[in-house]
Design a protein. Structure first.
Lengths: 658, 505
């Protein structure tokens, strides 16, 4: 639990923090910062160029890429997903397309008087490349890089006031109506093509009799969590946030969470929803895994933290200075929250990544089983989280918490392990297929990201275990490799399958029964020498959970149980556990019982019976011989045509003759 | 009184049971002081004294040769006298009448088993006869306890007007062993977890769980488990409760069904006797003995806990752990087929029984629901009364190491002919003796033995003893070859005994 060394300002209590140093994009002569979430690019246009930084790549000392885009205003810039072309929205009526290789450009304009261009984005949907959103509807366009031209594939006519889109979810929400509360939804995914959602309406609290509030695009957030797609709608009048979940054929309201500020922003970090209460300068955390809308913890401020002390001294000193300078600037007005977990400080040209402090979260709650549940769903830094889970479990036992609590904790951990076995995130031959099936069945509208995020979890694992030494502190674990995210899905899984499987060895969050034995029970046993029966009860609860999940266990755990029971002289219990198979028969257990039985004949016989049951003829005969049951040994050997144990037979016959 | 004494007199011919203390009444004229218990109680003192005199004489004589184990049995022409030294110098002797024909009807060890059982149950509730004698050297306390206890115990053997001791018809049963329910691993873990939950209701609380009349799990050492199991199956399980309520449907009928041992007359009779010897104060003490083996005294309360309703004494019975000599409250919770017997240490409750209410409350809040779940799982996997019947076989399987036995259900045993059962009885007697001899000569090793007998009625009567496990079997209507018989045993052994008896020649 003592992973952080050089953190600054960490004495203050917080569950989420932004990690120093930030990505710096504050180059003179640039005009603002744009974000292209399809490519995870931070874009900063200059007079005739655009500078781009890849989010997540080690940017610290890397100069940004630069592309010529010609002069003129740039309302938004979007690189194509293969990064061969750039789309630049010049005005409300014109979009310019520029081929990066040839430098050729052409423009698409719309009718000046009747419609306005609201925005555009590139898509990996099989039927089109670009979606253009206009006030009069959407156009799905195919881009031909060779001709540098566009073909209209399909248009949908409808009134649009504003739209929300995230590449992560591939979801497009189009707002219409007087209050902008009527929504049309589309999903453009590579796998499922274009999915049209039924029209739905978001609810707004009326303030007074006649005034009708209008929903703003700033108050609608698409969040992708656990591969499911949610929409969070901030109701300013009602001071609460409505939560909707998207299914293929329905939009279901999940309830609402309270808001404590007149401005609210939403991020998602490692499948946790962060509701930033900007005026109150606090953040609240929600984990929707079990559809619970109660916060994980009390509202606490967002902190600024220095880098891990593992990096070079100069870096941490530098970051220290930034931290000090930046302190007090949390939740300033110029902050722009980017999907999913970035904060862009436009004024200072800085981009911060939000991180969760899982240790602080787990330390702040006394409900250990639900904390373990929470931790088991986290995907970032699996090694650390696993260590944390193990430590929490050990503490639980050492503190001799009630067995009912232990039972719940065991259930959580074992179920999580068995889930990851089934879904294949723990290496097995059918890893990739299992993964995909799982997501396809359990999330309604399958977000493309579902697969990406699942795969990402794996690539993260690769990161942390293999290139940990060269990782820059600003690189969060939650990074998709640039090459990876652009390739078609089928391609990617083929390429990444082998190395990822290798890398994810031992780096999953889930705790295997073997690890439970080695890192919990064994360690705990050393520390709590006094009370074997408590530990036996704990192990029984573990066995119960494991048996419920039909996990195969290593005999070691049974050996330990026998050892504990024998030490506290509970020989009758050993007999009971062996006879009702709570202690599963195995050669190891049988031989241990035979040995333990040196003092207690009944226990020895249990071992002997187990050997016979397992048809371990050789050992059975040997033990019979040791005990002086020569006739029985001979009979048994003859009956089972056992010749291997008969090296001793001459002595035996000698004994009998004597 | 005259009628009842006549009835008792005819009983006396058939069965006598006495408990006496060799250390007492050493002086002439005080011999009566030796007697701690005598059944039938209206038997003339002269008869009582002559029996005890005979027994004492034999014990003293045989002790010369075998100081450790003096005398097991006297086989007279018309009677068998079975001895059991319950506590040092305190002997229990059972006298049973022999049948007219040659075949022995009783098995000595089975009769000893009865004596052992009543004594260990007695010890469970009252610590020991010694303890009572120490408490009150005049012996009245011990006498009154023994009197009510053994009388109540014998009421279970009552058949019509007679007290029927276990005979050859019971040779496929083993007293003093526990019958267990076989459960799947999953359910076993569930039960074990329930046991932990129960013990967390109260510090140091032990428990045993029964389903119907079978043991599911226990936290007690084997001897305590056996005692509590016997008591539970006699008085606590749903079966025991329903059979007792049916017999006590009305006071009238109850009076009819238990004419001889009608508790009231016995108590009166006893009191009149004790008046001679003891003061009035002691007499009050006597009337306040909780008679824990009395029938119909447990009833199911609304909350699921069984409510004891014993005349006199504390409302919650107390039992003694044999090894730790710890005193514990006996709390019984029942839900459908499942019976949870909890033993709550008296020392752990500062306010005694008032605090027990708290323990029960905690149980109801935290554990009762889990009991329901376990009950459902158990009853789903429960094969009914004949669950352990194996068609074609009539068997008794004993695991001496764990004091566990399993047998053909009683209903199925009755289909056997009298002849087969008599043969089996005889065979078991032989095996008992053989085992005893072997043990005397080879204390370190266990007897291995196999007997297959083709009886006159063409039934196979089989006994197998191997390393602490015993198997008795009767195969009627079976093929005539020995090969067939051994094959049948082999099959049975592989299928139901994990191959414990599979030894071929």
């Amino acid at each position: 639990m003592q992973t952080r060394a050089g953190s600054s300002g960490s004495d203050a209590l917080s569950h989420a923090y932004i990690q120093s140093p930030p990505i710096r994009c504050n180059i003179p002569e640039t005009k603002g910062l744009l974000y292209d979430d399809g490519n995870k690019l931070l874009l900063s246009p200059t007079a005739d160029r655009v500078l781009s930084w890849k989010v997540g790549a080690p940017t610290e000392h890397n100069p940004p890429n630069s592309d010529l885009i010609g002069e003129g205003p740039a309302l938004s810039i979007r690189y194509s997903l293969d990064q061969k072309a750039i789309a630049i929205q010049r005005s409300n009526h014109e979009v310019e397309f520029r081929n990066r290789e040839t430098g050729l450009t052409f423009s698409r304009k719309c009718k000046q008087d009747s419609e306005r261009i609201l925005g555009l984005f590139w898509t990996d949907c099989p039927t089109c490349d670009i979606i253009l959103i206009k006030t009069s509807g959407i156009e799905m366009l195919l881009y031909d890089p060779e001709q540098n031209s566009l073909h209209i594939m399909e248009t949908k006519k409808l009134n649009v006031v504003w739209y929300v889109y995230t590449h992560e979810s591939r979801m497009l929400l189009l707002a219409s109506g007087m209050q902008c509360t009527v929504f049309s939804g589309y999903q453009f995914s590579a796998a499922a093509g274009i999915v049209r959602l039924p029209k739905f309406e978001m609810s707004m609290t009326k303030s007074e009799a006649n005034s009708k509030p209008v929903l703003s695009s700033d108050d609608v957030h698409i969040v992708t969590i656990y591969g499911r797609i949610y929409c969070l709608q901030f109701d300013r009048v009602g001071m609460h946030i409505n939560v909707y979940r998207f299914y293929r054929d329905a939009v279901v309201e999940q309830g609402s969470i309270p808001a404590y500020s007149s401005r609210v922003a939403v991020s998602s970090v490692d499948n946790v929803i962060l509701a930033h209460q900007l005026d109150a300068k606090v953040v609240m955390l929600y984990d929707l895994f079990l559809d619970s809308l109660s916060p994980i913890s009390a509202p606490l401020p967002l902190l600024l933290k220095g880098s891990y002390g593992t990096n070079s001294r100069s870096t941490s000193e530098e970051s220290e200075s930034i931290s000090n300078a930046y302190e007090g600037m949390i939740y300033v007005d110029s902050w722009n929250f980017l999907v999913p977990d970035l904060i862009c400080d436009v004024d200072n040209g800085l981009v911060w990544r939000i991180c969760l402090d899982v240790e602080a979260i787990s330390a702040s709650s006394s409900d250990v089983p639900s904390i373990l549940q929470f931790l088991q769903h986290r995907r970032s830094d699996p090694a650390m989280i696993k260590a944390l889970c193990l430590a929490i479990t050990r503490t639980l036992i050492l503190e001799k918490r009630p067995i009912s609590v232990i039972a719940q904790a065991m259930d959580v951990l074992v179920a999580s392990y068995s889930n990851s076995l089934r879904s294949g995130s723990i290496p097995s031959a059918t890893q990739n297929t299992g993964n995909r099936n799982n997501h396809a069945t359990d999330s309604g509208v399958t977000s493309e990201q579902a697969i990406v995020s699942a795969d990402r979890a794996k690539s993260v694992i690769g990161d942390s275990s293999s290139i940990v030494s060269i990782r820059s502190p600003s690189t969060s674990d939650d990074t998709v490799n640039p090459e990876e995210s652009e390739e078609p899905v089928g391609d990617r899984s083929l390429k990444s399958a082998v190395p990822q499987q290798m890398a994810s060895h031992g780096a999953s969050v889930a705790i295997s029964p073997d690890e439970m034995h080695r890192f919990v029970f064994t360690l705990v046993e050393d520390e709590m020498s006094g009370d074997p029966s408590y530990l036996v009860s704990v192990i029984v609860e573990f066995l119960r959970s494991a048996s419920r999940e039909k996990l195969k266990l290593n005999p070691d755990i049974y050996l330990m149980m026998n050892q504990l029971l024998a030490r506290s002289n509970q020989h009758a219990n050993i007999a009971l556990f062996v006879s009702n198979k709570i202690i599963e028969p195995s050669k190891e257990v049988a031989m241990q019982l035979v040995d333990l039985g040196e003092q207690n004949l009944k226990i020895r016989k249990l071992g002997l019976d187990m050997l016979r049951l397992l048809t371990l003829h050789h050992d059975y005969v040997s033990v019979l011989l040791q005990d002086g049951y020569y006739l029985e040994a001979l009979r048994y050997a003859r009956k089972n045509k056992q010749t291997t144990g008969c090296g001793k037979m001459p002595e035996v016959s000698a004994c009998i003759v004597v | 009184m005259g009628v009842s004494s006549m009835a008792a007199g005819s009983d006396a011919m058939q069965l006598q049971l006495c408990v006496f203390d060799l250390r007492r009444g050493q002086q002439e004229g005080q011999e009566l002081d030796k007697i701690l218990f005598f059944y039938p109680s209206d038997c003339p003192f002269l008869t009582q004294l002559s029996l005890i005199g005979l027994c004492e004489g034999i014990i003293t004589f045989t002790r010369i040769f075998s100081p450790e184990a003096a005398c097991e049995v006297i086989e007279a022409e018309k009677h068998s006298h079975v001895f059991y030294e319950a506590e040092p110098d305190i002997w229990m002797v059972l006298v049973v009448e022999k049948s007219k024909d040659d075949e022995p009807v009783w098995r000595c060890e089975a009769l000893q088993g009865v004596l052992k059982e009543v004594h260990s149950l007695f010890k469970m509730f009252y610590m020991s006869i010694y303890a009572l004698l120490d408490k009150q050297p005049s012996g009245e306390l011990a006498r009154s306890h023994l009197h009510s206890f053994i009388t109540d115990y014998l009421s279970d053997f009552q058949l019509g007007k007679k007290v029927q001791m276990p005979s050859f018809r019971d040779s496929l049963k083993e007293r003093g062993t526990v019958q267990m329910l076989t459960v799947s691993r999953e359910v076993a873990l569930e039960v074990q977890s329930l046991i932990t939950a129960i013990s967390s209701c109260c510090n140091g609380c032990d428990s045993i769980i029964l389903f119907q009349d079978l043991l599911v799990s226990t936290t007690l050492p084997p001897d305590d488990t056996t005692n509590l199991f016997s008591y539970a199956t006699l008085r606590l399980t749903p079966h025991a409760l329903s059979s007792s309520t049916s017999s006590s449907w009305s006071y009238l009928r109850k009076g009819n069904s238990t004419p001889n041992l009608s508790n009231l007359t016995l108590l009166n009779e006893h009191q009149s006797r004790s008046l001679d010897a003891s003061s009035l104060g002691q007499n009050r003490q006597i009337s306040s003995i909780p008679r824990l083996l009395q029938r119909d005294k447990w009833s199911k309360g609304k909350d699921g806990f069984l409510v004891p309703n014993f005349s006199g004494g504390e409302s919650t019975p107390v039992v003694w752990n044999q090894q730790t000599e710890e005193c514990k409250y006996l709390c019984v919770y029942q839900q459908k087929g499942i019976t949870v017997v909890m033993l709550v240490p008296v020392s752990s409750l500062a306010n005694g029984e008032q605090e027990l209410v708290q323990v029960k409350k905690e149980f109801l809040e935290n554990v009762a629901q889990r009991v329901t779940i376990v009950e459902q799982k158990l009853s789903r996997g429960w094969g009914g009364e004949n669950a352990y019947h194996v068609s074609g076989y009539r068997y008794l399987l004993i695991d001496r190491d764990r004091s566990v036995s399993r047998a053909t259900p009683t209903g199925k045993v009755t289909t056997l002919t009298k002849e087969s059962l008599l043969y089996l009885n005889k065979l078991r007697e032989e095996v008992d003796i053989e085992k005893w001899r072997w043990h005397r000569d080879n204390p370190d090793q266990e007897k291995e033995l196999e007997v297959c007998i083709r009886a006159k009625n063409n039934a196979w009567v089989i006994a197998k003893v191997t390393r602490g496990k015993e198997l008795y079997m009767v195969l009627e209507k079976a093929n005539e070859t020995l090969l067939y018989a051994t094959d049948a045993v082999e099959k049975f052994s592989n299928r139901y005994c994990e191959g414990a008896f599979s030894m071929e020649y």
